[in-house]
Design a protein around this ligand. Structure first.
Ligand code: ADP
Ligand code: GLC
Length: 461
């Protein structure tokens, strides 16, 4: 095996923590880039310049792009936390939110914006001749249309529910390999990149299988099946220096698996923060985007029945109006349930640390980071049997000595309620410490996933 030290990678992403965060893509990109750099891989990370980064450029690189995509350039900055970033400046990229208008609808020109970003990525690849190109999701995928003989390329699929379909006129512009991107008369950046990338990586092994089936492929299952063994799954990691209960600055008390007493103080602080009385029952939390994917509607019947479990539940989330309204209404109807609307990073740390249980009722979940963040804080996950949740949460009732949590039979309201009942029977009187210590001992860091990506780079370069 060739040594990846010194290998030069161009890594393109629409999100990167802590600069631009919408979902887990930001944390996954930052975690992987950080870990690759740490092991000696040279990574140029390309991110759209949405306008929110107030750092002086240490260099400006003009890019040679067609008229529709330009003028485009790269502003190279050194970020105090994440290190060097190549910010792509192109028409339409700078916005108040990467994808959404203030009313929550997508920007009408999102396809145009990210096709320009992708074209700029291709121009930078032509200029810099990296050993490997690493693309992430549809926002970057069309770079492969413009490159006639690109370097070996990896495409990571974080969320196939978003594909960036656009009108067919784009096929005349995006480059010499545009034909691969034709999709039912229009353009689909992901369909082309799936056909052309050397390796396609789903963000968990189980999801790598799901996406090759009609029920899990979001219309791209046949395209993925056609790539055979070029498709694989690499489970994400989490940044275990940020997510560390022994030193987390967001917590009122610290703990580790040898001394869990600080966790009880976090529990008390959390209950107090949201205005719930401690009734001695199990405390479950949810930290999520409120979208169809996350299945909060599947949890609503259980919220109405919390008194029977018995359990207290706190949801922190932001997103779809209809889900927000339903949660506000449920809060009014129960003294065991609290809903905090918003995206609140500080509070999220207390939600992971102070809880006994963490619930993820996802309809689908390419990987999921929150169940790993919860387990890092000794909080036992209750999940649906989908995607990365299958890879990270072995069911305790299948193997009592090795289980990590409770897995519902399927992503539906009845199965989720029965999983909560199972949790309350098993962990009633809050007998949690054996499993807590077990899940806290697991290495959830990026070390192993980054080594797998390095092996993949090696294989293709
Ligand atoms: P997805 O990317 O599909 O939203 P992930 O589990 O991969 O799901 O990643 C979500 C990330 O965003 C996690 O780091 C989680 O802690 C964070 N997050 C999600 N919702 C919130 C919220 N309401 N407040 C704070 N952090 C949140
Ligand atoms: C997506 C998926 C999530 C995954 C994240 C990072 O947002 O919804 O499951 O963990 O990307 O790969």
């Amino acid at each position: 095996m060739r040594h990846t030290v010194g290998v030069r990678v161009v890594f393109a992403t629409a999100e990167l923590s802590p600069v631009v965060t919408v979902g887990g893509l930001a944390a996954a990109a930052a975690g992987l880039v950080g870990s690759l750099r740490h092991s000696g891989v040279h990574v140029d990370v390309l991110l759209p310049d949405y306008g929110g980064v107030d750092l002086d450029a240490i260099e400006t690189i003009e890019l040679d792009v067609p008229q529709w995509a330009g003028p485009a350039s790269i502003k190279v900055v050194d970020h105090p936390e994440i290190g060097r970033i190549h910010l792509v400046v192109a028409p339409g990229l700078a916005r108040s939110h990467p994808y959404l208008q203030p009313d929550g609808q997508g920007w009408l020109d999102n396809v145009d914006r990210f096709l320009r970003f992708s074209r700029a990525v291709a121009a930078y690849v032509e200029l810099s001749h990296p050993d490997v190109v690493h693309l992430n999701d549809w926002h970057t995928a069309a770079a492969l249309a413009a490159l006639e003989s690109p370097p070996p390329t990896v495409l990571s699929l974080h969320n196939l529910a978003h594909q960036g379909h656009g009108p067919g006129e784009w096929l005349e512009r995006i480059g010499p390999r545009a034909a691969h991107f034709e999709w039912w008369g229009g353009i689909n950046p992901l369909s082309g990149a799936i056909a052309l990338a050397d390796r396609i990586v789903a963000v968990s092994p189980h999801h790598a299988i799901e996406i090759t089936t009609p029920s899990g492929g979001f219309g791209l299952d046949a395209a993925l099946r056609a790539r055979g063994s070029a498709v694989s799954g690499i489970l994400n990691g989490i940044d275990t220096t940020v997510w560390d209960p022994a030193s987390d600055p967001h917590l009122p008390a610290h703990f580790d698996r040898k001394n869990l007493s600080g966790k009880e103080r976090c529990r008390q602080a959390l209950l107090q923060h949201v205005g719930l009385n401690d009734d001695g029952s199990l405390l479950a939390t949810v930290v999520t985007r409120l979208t169809d994917q996350k299945g909060i509607d599947l949890l609503m019947p259980s919220i109405a029945m919390l008194a029977d479990l018995p359990m207290q539940l706190i949801v922190l989330g932001s997103g779809d109006r209809s889900l927000v309204d339903a949660l506000v209404q449920a809060e009014g109807a129960s003294d065991r349930f609290a809903f905090i609307e918003g995206y609140d990073e500080t509070l999220s740390h207390l939600m992971f640390a102070g809880a006994d249980l963490f619930v993820m009722p996802s309809r689908f979940e390419p990987c999921g980071l929150t169940q790993m963040q919860a387990m890092r804080y000794g909080t036992i996950p209750i999940v649906t049997p989908v995607g990365g949740l299958v890879d990270t949460v072995p069911d305790i009732d299948v193997d009592a000595r090795r289980g990590y949590g409770i897995v519902a039979r399927s992503p539906d309201p009845v199965a989720i309620m029965s999983a909560l009942h199972r949790a309350s029977r098993r962990f009633g009187q809050r007998r949690l410490d054996t499993v807590r210590k077990r899940i806290m001992a697991h290495d959830w860091s990026w070390d192993a996933p980054a080594a797998r990506y390095r092996a993949l780079y090696d294989e293709i370069s």
